[in-house]
Design a protein. Structure first.
Length: 411
């Protein structure tokens, strides 16, 4: 008998029938004698619907009110799931984040969990109840409802598992595990038996939204055994695990390919090539609270440079406005922007011990006639910025180039 925290995502609780199917699944675990704490998302589409309603009223609603609004989605599913469990003869009790209580900081819409009170959950488990907790939400020290950022129910699941020292945290979703790349984009994507926390963190940060970044961070930090599984198909899923669990023989050079279309490129042209100029350009961007990702500087023959960097697409207009002012101050030629770009990243701890990974990547892109606009690397990843139009072609080519394609005979 073990204590398992199970998180069910939006599509898994998207209809009343599916909520019933989730309750059946939980019943099976209870029959086997396991203690179960369940975390649920809002029904699929509900969070977006609520955000849409807010924007019909106000362009830029106050984050505190947004949290009061969007947290309601999860409140619906906890109650419905408890009803479905009771109908099947199990005692169950629902909790909002505030009722648990999951204490967070006050950064509305992107709050961080600070502390979890496990008293209620423990006494319910002792009394034989299934505990059902609303994902994605908490409460700050003033009693205001907070939310943890999109996809935040994953983080609730992992955080509860850490607080309860659960034997495993199971993330149930609409795919049967973590794949070498998004299986909705590349048909030949392959399910991974396991992946290291470090790689999963890179994949999540670089665009693979199968797990929220903070959930992976949390699981790594507190050593929570984490598994991604399909809600309604049996199978082993994917275990997110520590590096040491791999032997070198089975470790591929590249474990996965992540991508995103969330960034835009801004360029300041004809910048005088003098010390301190990059900082004069980037400082006001930082002051405007705009995060910069990839940066490249090209030097031209006439002692001027072009400074190009990427920001989140939502910040492009703001960045452009800041830069137009700065360009004038530093005597630069002009500012241009491009939001038709995509970032593709190859990720793998195996890169540490292998040479030639970058050249394989660049060869593959060249063979497909794809121009690389920017490059950035770290110890276990290489990212490139390309024209958004070639995203799928590039990912498919790289998937083959790094031997990640599923063996068609294995299916
Ligand atoms: P949930 O609502 O259950 O939280 P999400 O939509 O947040 O589900 O996450 C599951 C989705 O993540 C999948 O449907 C898949 O399209 C996407 N995804 C992106 N990259 C990957 C990957 N490498 N492996 C598996 N799924 C991925
Ligand atoms: N319902 C929230 C969202 O759509 C949280 C989650 O599903 O994890 O982002
Ligand atoms: Mg999700």
């Amino acid at each position: 008998m073990s204590l398992i925290v199970q998180k069910y995502g939006g599509t898994s609780v998207g209809t009343v029938e599916r909520i019933g199917a989730v309750a059946d699944k939980i019943s099976t675990f209870r029959e086997q004698g396991h203690d179960i704490v369940v975390v649920v998302s809002a029904m699929s589409g509900e969070t977006n619907r609520l955000i849409g309603l807010a924007h019909e009223i106000q362009e830029d609603p106050e984050p505190r009110e947004m949290d009061v609004l969007v947290s309601t989605g999860e409140q619906v599913t906890i109650a419905l799931l408890c009803m479905a469990l009771k109908k099947r003869g199990w005692d169950a009790r629902s909790y909002t984040g505030g009722q648990v209580k999951i204490l967070t900081d006050s950064s509305h819409t992107k709050a961080r969990i600070q502390e979890i009170d496990d008293n209620n959950m423990r006494s319910d488990l002792k009394a034989g109840r299934v505990v059902v907790v609303a994902g994605f939400q908490g409460v700050d020290e003033n009693g205001s409802i907070t939310t943890l950022g999109r996809g935040g129910s994953d983080t609730t699941g992992v955080a509860l598992a850490a607080a309860l020292k659960a034997d495993e945290c199971q993330i149930y979703t609409d795919v049967d595990g973590v794949y070498t790349t998004d299986p909705r984009v590349v048909d030949s994507a392959r399910r991974l038996e396991k992946i290291t926390f470090e790689e999963m963190l890179e994949m999540a940060s670089l665009g693979s939204k199968v797990l929220q970044i903070r959930a992976v961070e949390f699981a790594g930090k507190y050593g929570v055994p984490l598994r991604v599984l399909h809600s309604f198909q049996d199978g082993p899923g994917t275990l997110i695990t520590l590096d040491e669990d791999f032997d070198d023989m089975e470790q591929p050079v590249v474990s996965g390919i992540a991508f995103n279309r969330d960034e835009a490129k801004v360029t300041v042209q004809g910048v005088p090539d003098t010390p301190g100029v990059a900082s004069r350009i980037l400082a006001p961007i930082g002051e405007a609270n705009i995060e910069v990702d990839v940066i490249v500087q090209n030097v031209s023959a006439d002692n001027t440079t072009d400074l190009t960097f990427t920001v989140h697409r939502n910040d492009m207009a703001k960045a452009e406005a800041v830069l137009l002012k700065v360009a004038e101050e530093v005597g630069a030629g002009g500012v241009s922007t491009d939001d038709k770009i995509a970032k593709i990243s190859i990720v793998g701890v195996g890169m540490r011990s292998h040479a030639g990974v970058a050249s394989t990547m660049f060869n593959s892109l060249a063979n497909d006639g794809i121009n690389i606009q920017m490059i950035t690397t770290s110890e276990i990843k290489i990212s490139v910025i390309i024209d958004e139009r070639y995203l799928e072609l590039a990912v498919r080519g790289l998937h083959t180039a790094f031997d990640l394609d599923a063996d068609p005979r294995a299916e």
